[in-house]
Design a protein around this ligand. Structure first.
Ligand code: FPP
Length: 236
């Protein structure tokens, strides 16, 4: 990833409400959400985004009704299968973060194929979180780290990337966007978003366009990132 490029993460919320407002089944909202995913993936490289992490299914989402979960799993599989040629054409490297063992076998093979085929992509690192829990990832990394007498933040971050199937080390999240009006983190990448700028928008995810992504990035650039330090004061 180019040092000046950004790592943007998005919590894609509001698909169900988008569908309900139109008296449509929630799965239709999730399908419309897939089109929004396509729009942001398409726009990301021109907006200087080097890594894009999308939260598609949290470990808590298994508690949703079975038909909704099944509908989502079908959408994820269709996405990886249908968009593979585009990933290859555009130099997009794909990784799926989170647990694999509870995903349907067909989806798992579509993921394996997409990850293997796109491993050489260098224009955009697209990470999709499926069956992901930030706390669980931290616990797994901590279990691996426990035999070490001392562990540096860098080594811990490396372990965390490894247990989360991150593909490779990715810099911390610069900008975290959540659509759908809620203002919380919901167990996303907790370590990696320690210093992320947060942008919350009432826009529902299926209504999110490249211009909204651009607006969030502009807002990010207007914020001053201090990483806990004070203003630099010129001493004359
Ligand atoms: C959050 O709630 C969103 C989800 C559980 C699913 C997000 C998945 C997609 C947008 C599908 C496309 C994704 C990929 C990677 C192709 P909600 O939006 O269902 O419900 P809410 O309106 O009640 O908050």
């Amino acid at each position: 990833m180019h040092p000046s490029s950004l790592h943007v993460a998005i919590i894609m919320d509001g698909n169900g409400r988008w569908a309900m407002a139109r008296a449509l089944p929630r799965t239709v909202g999730h399908r419309a959400g897939m089109e929004a995913v396509r729009r942001v993936v398409d726009a990301a490289p021109e907006l200087e985004i080097g890594a894009l992490t999308l939260f598609a299914f949290s470990s808590n989402n298994w508690q949703r009704p079975a038909d909704q979960v099944e509908g989502l799993m079908d959408i994820f599989r269709a996405y990886f299968e249908q968009d593979l040629p585009l990933f290859l054409e555009r130099g997009i490297r794909v990784n799926v973060m989170g647990r694999r063992d509870r995903l349907p076998a067909g989806l798992r093979s579509a993921i394996d194929e997409a990850e293997l085929a796109t491993a050489g992509g260098s224009r955009l690192h697209l990470r999709i979180a499926l069956d992901y829990s930030g706390r669980e990832a931290l616990l797994r990394a901590a279990r691996r780290a426990r035999s070490a007498y001392e562990i540096s933040p860098e080594t811990f971050a490396f372990l965390l990337a490894e247990v989360s199937h991150s593909g490779s080390m990715v810099p911390d999240i610069d900008l975290l966007i959540r659509t759908g009006g809620e203002q919380r983190l919901s167990d996303v990448l907790l370590w990696e978003s320690a210093y992320a700028e947060l942008v919350f928008t009432p826009n529902l995810w299926p209504d999110f366009h490249a211009a909204d992504l651009q607006a969030a990035i502009e807002e990010y650039h207007h914020r001053e990132r201090r990483f806990g330090q004070v203003h630099e004061v010129a001493i004359v």
